[in-house]
Design a binder for this molecule. Structure first.
Ligand code: PRP
Length: 182
């Protein structure tokens, strides 16, 4: 699929203001649910780091953080189903209250893989927060504990999400449509 630039198709799906408000709401839920505990947030690179950076600044309890590098799409807008670790965790998660931080949940293959890989290390608990959920695209029956926005089956970029490694820096979430389409 030939995608145009965001300049050609600047449709904003979620504005920075919508995102900020919802991220604040998610952080409030997490603060309440983990009261008295110290969740260990594991951000899934690369897409989740912008969301995670905002999320932790709204969480009002102690947290620790780590990152896991995963790739599943390559430069294709559709998931190939192939999941690969590109950067391992820096510290043990045994006995920790692990909260996986994702930018988007799509087919569910990546999350299924993550849950399997991380459970082996015996965290005390394992939950998931995702900014976006394309529930209609699910192939593997997994779900997040905290969801920012459920979205339709459109290709989105910005706020950490890319197409061919571009557009991650955009402050809003945009729909990227194939050239020539409306
Ligand atoms: C995206 C996203 C998830 C995964 C979800 O990562 O961050 O990890 O795809 O897709 P799935 O539910 O179909 O498995 P991507 O491979 O695009 O890498 P990136 O985070 O580096 O952009």
């Amino acid at each position: 699929m030939d995608h145009g630039s965001v300049d050609q198709a600047p449709e904003i799906l979620l504005s920075r203001f919508d995102i900020e408000q919802r991220v604040g709401g998610l952080a409030a839920e997490i603060t309440r649910d983990y009261h008295g505990r110290t969740p260990h947030l594991v951000g899934i690179l690369k897409g989740a780091w912008v969301f995670m950076a905002d999320l932790i600044r709204h969480i009002d309890i102690d947290v620790t953080v780590d990152f896991l590098g995963i790739t599943s799409y390559g430069s294709s807008p559709h998931s190939s189903g192939e999941v690969k670790i590109t950067k391992d965790l820096d510290s043990s998660i045994e006995g920790r209250e692990v909260l996986i931080v994702e930018d988007i949940l799509d087919t569910g293959r990546t999350l299924k893989f993550l849950e399997e890989v991380l459970s082996v290390h015996q965290p005390r608990s394992l939950r998931v927060v995702t900014l976006l959920d394309k529930r209609s695209r699910r192939i593997v029956p997994v779900q997040a504990d905290y969801v920012g926005f459920e979205i339709a089956d459109v290709f989105v970029v910005g706020y950490g999400l890319d197409f061919d490694q571009k557009y991650r820096q955009l402050p809003d979430v945009h729909v990227l449509r194939p050239v020539g389409s409306r």
